[in-house]
Design a protein around this ligand. Structure first.
Ligand code: TXA
Ligand code: MG
Length: 345
């Protein structure tokens, strides 16, 4: 990738601008994490409430200690094992870290993303800053509550006109957001499931591990620590319903016969039923990594069809599918804003 685009991105960040950047999970909306005004620009562009904390992206694990204090050994072990990669660590913040980044909390989310272009940008931004501290605060580059973008074109759709620059690093290879592990309590807690599984984490960190079930820990608190833990999130505008595999053919037939425009996302076992009648049938991958990689693009495509309802085949109730099941259930809960008032949020 050309050095000039990286230079342009560094200059935009230094000037307090917003740069959309590719990561292996989803595209991020980046700003200088040490500049509260630049960070405020992220919240404005996304329409995101200011009490939702942001993840700070670092060029390497060596700068972890500049942002976090009292870093437990297990956190270092995870950083060494999985960075660059789809893992975010929640740690006690250094006192100087702006509250604008952490949503007013005394913890900070940190990760080193595994994308060559963004690693190059992070390194160049840090070099321009040296000996000062550098990091790029970046939530997913979508409007608040909507589907995360996994291509540069999705970012353009979501936020075009609101960013100084969109770095195009191709389609994201993981496709769903990073696993978030919270070290700020006695028990190590997975706040958001992702490609790095509880087993992966337990194999490295000898810590008592608990997995938040659908963000239940946050329910009822005024300022959710993980916005992705809101029951309604990552959502298409079209009503989306999850249907068990065995019930899918019957449910599709029922809706089609009542004249509904039905779009279907299935992962393999069924041949499309009455294909000529179903408005749109998408068969996606039957293997979880490939399913995740194309999940948001599939939902985005189905959402754009003008269907009345999107039926999604429920995925297997197995650990390897947990992060996907999490995103699908939130998409179902948050869906239908344009078509069904009871599902609005
Ligand atoms: O894969 C990812 O994590 C992507 C890419 C761009 O890195 N980023 C991403 O950011 O998903 P965002 O802002 O859409 O989701 C980050 C989640 C939010 O739900 C936020 O609440 C949580 O991380 N988070 C960040 N800092 C936190 C903190 N100090 N305590 C608890 N949760 C935190
Ligand atoms: Mg997000």
């Amino acid at each position: 990738m050309s050095a000039s685009i990286i230079k342009q991105a560094v200059e935009a960040l230094q000037a307090g601008g917003l740069v959309a950047l590719p990561t292996e999970t989803v595209y991020g909306l980046g700003a200088d994490a040490t500049n509260p005004e630049a960070v405020a620009g992220i919240f404005a562009a996304k329409g995101r409430p200011a009490d939702h904390p942001l993840i700070v992206h670092l060029p390497s694990a060596t700068s972890l200690g500049q942002w976090a204090e009292n870093v437990p050994q297990a956190a270092w072990d995870l950083a060494v094992a999985f960075w660059p990669g789809p893992l975010t660590l929640i740690l006690k913040k250094q006192p100087w870290v702006p509250l604008a980044v952490t949503g007013g909390q005394d913890t900070v989310g940190l990760r080193v993303p595994a994308h060559p272009l963004t690693l190059e940008l992070l390194a160049a931004f840090a070099a321009a800053r040296a000996p000062g501290v550098a990091g790029i605060a970046a939530p997913s580059a979508n409007r608040f509550g909507r589907l995360s973008p996994t291509t540069a074109a999705h970012v353009q759709e979501e936020l075009g006109g609101k960013v100084s620059l969109i770095l195009d690093g191709g389609p994201c290879v993981v496709g769903i957001e990073s696993t978030i592990v919270d070290f700020s309590r006695d028990v190590l807690e997975i706040l958001r499931p992702g490609a790095i599984s509880p087993d992966d984490i337990a194999s490295v960190a000898s810590y008592p591990l608990s997995v938040a079930s659908n963000g239940a820990r946050e329910t009822g608190t005024p300022a959710p620590r993980v916005s992705g833990s809101l029951a309604a999130h990552y959502a298409p505008l079209t009503l989306l319903r999850l249907v068990k595999s065995v019930a899918l053919p019957r449910e599709v037939a029922r809706l089609v016969h009542t004249g509904r425009r039905v779009a279907v996302l299935a992962y393999g076992v069924f041949a499309p039923l009455e294909t000529d009648l179903v408005f749109h049938w998408k068969t996606t991958a039957s293997e979880p990594a490939a399913y995740a990689r194309e999940l948001y693009a599939n939902l985005r495509t189905l959402d754009a069809l003008g269907a009345e309802v999107i039926l999604v085949e429920e995925v297997p109730n197995e650990p390897a599918w947990q992060a996907i099941a999490d995103r699908l259930s939130r998409a179902a809960t948050g869906s239908g804003v344009s078509e069904c008032s009871t599902h609005g949020k």
